[in-house]
Design a protein. Structure first.
Length: 107
């Protein structure tokens, strides 16, 4: 992603911009496949910003149930100031049906 900022405040972002070629009187903005997107003249006073495209991640999708349960068990006291105390109370009710000695759920 390449953004060109002009002195008048206008900014143009080229999402498919992957590289620039500097010439003596300006700069080519090109795609990964060498396609020309724009020509920016040096006399324009523009600033060319180069940044990698944003990536939206969902880290919770990579967490297993076992890992999530381990975090809850290790940090259960942190729930004192949690807003959804009804959910915590529900969890406690459900855990009453788990037999700790036999390590299985009661019927």
């Amino acid at each position: 992603m390449i953004t060109v900022r002009f002195p008048n405040g206008q900014a143009v972002t080229y999402n498919s911009g992957a590289r620039i070629d500097k010439w003596s009187n300006g700069t080519n903005i090109k795609t990964r496949e060498d396609g020309l997107l724009a020509w920016v003249s040096d006399s324009s006073g523009a600033i060319i910003e180069w940044s990698t495209p944003c990536k939206v991640e969902n880290p919770i999708a990579n967490v297993t149930w076992a890992e999530a349960l381990k975090v809850v068990a290790q940090n259960c006291r942190e729930f004192d100031h949690w807003q959804d105390l009804e959910l915590l109370a529900s969890l406690k009710d459900k855990l009453r049906k788990f037999n700790r000695q036999q390590k299985r759920w009661m019927k």
